[in-house]
Structure formats: structure tokens, C-alpha cells
Write a protein that binds this ligand. Structure first.
Ligand code: ZN
Length: 171
């Protein structure tokens, strides 16, 4: 069954993954239901090899799938591509998990370092880096001040908690 809202989302995701051409292809598939790469190229004006590249990229994210049939004359397989809007949720979950991992790495970094800061240049460096340059701003040479990263840590912890809840990973 086709779910309009998820298809809408799929168009946006396709655009993020493969740009304008990917958007055209997904919109064409939405309209046509199922299509071969040739038909898609014809309909969108995107070059055939590029259509194929984009289809495989979308396929690697499970956002499209295909049915195969055999060409009666040549005996070759023909791929009939279609959207998989029901996979959108899975795609979003994966992205969220990746983002969560990044946030955790960042949090670890923030927690395990002290920072120094130049308010004139908005330069922030670690204690180790600051020590090497005698606590002088690498840009303007002014004295660096201690930077309290507690608000950043709290923000990251909040974000991580939110994401964990959204992913059903509540501890
Ligand atoms: Zn400075």
C-alpha cells in the first residue's frame, strides 16, 4: 500500500542522498508505480547511466526495490523499479542511530578535555593545545581564558537522552 506522507518524505530523503536527479527519479516512480531504468531516463531527462547509479544508491538504502522479468527476445533480465515507502521509517531510524553515535563521541571528547577560549576570535582549543602555544590565542595573540563547556555537555546529554527515547533505547 502506498502511504502519501511517507512518499513525500521519501522524495526529500532521495534529494538528500542524490540531489535534484534523485528527486526527479523518485517523483517519476511515484507517478509511474513501476518503471525500468530506460523509462525513467526518458521521463526525467536524466542520463541512463546516472539513472542507474542513483537507483543503486537508493537501493542500497532500501528506499527502492525491483522485480525482475526476462526479456522474451534477448533472454536478458529487465529490472522494474518501484518505491519502498515502508522503508522510510527504517532509514530514519538508521540516520538517528548514526547521529546518536556522533553525539556520544562528541560528549566523550567534551568530558575528557578542558578548553581555552579567545572571545575576540571565537577560537576554542584544548588545554593541551593551549599549553603548547603558552595560552595565547593563535589568531590574535591575546591571552586565552578558561572555557566552561558544562553547558555543551548538558546540551549533548539532553540530546542523547531524547534520541535514545525516540529510538526506544531508554535506559
Ligand atoms: Zn584571539
Amino acid at each position: 500500500m502506498l502511504v502519501p506522507i511517507k512518499e513525500e518524505l521519501l522524495v526529500k530523503i532521495a534529494e538528500t542522498i542524490g540531489g535534484e536527479d534523485a528527486r526527479k527519479i523518485v517523483e517519476a516512480l511515484r507517478e509511474m508505480g513501476s518503471a525500468t531504468d530506460d523509462q525513467l531516463s526518458l521521463k526525467t531527462g536524466v542520463r541512463l547511466n546516472l539513472v542507474r547509479k542513483i537507483l543503486y544508491r537508493l537501493y542500497s538504502h532500501s528506499l527502492v526495490t525491483y522485480d525482475r522479468s526476462r526479456d522474451g527476445k534477448t533472454g536478458w533480465y529487465i529490472f522494474h523499479w518501484r518505491l519502498q515507502p515502508e522503508q522510510v521509517e527504517g532509514f530514519i531510524q538508521t540516520q538517528k542511530r548514526r547521529f546518536l553515535e556522533k553525539l556520544c563521541t562528541r560528549l566523550e571528547f567534551e568530558k575528557s578535555h578542558s578548553f581555552y577560549y579567545c572571545p575576540f576570535c571565537s577560537v576554542r582549543i584544548t588545554f593541551e593545545e593551549a599549553m603548547e602555544i603558552m595560552f595565547r590565542c593563535p589568531k590574535c595573540g591575546r591571552s586565552l581564558g578558561f572555557f566552561d563547556n558544562q553547558p555543551i555537555i548538558e546540551f549533548l546529554e539532553r540530546k542523547i537522552e531524547e534520541l535514545r527515547e525516540e529510538l526506544g533505547m531508554r535506559q
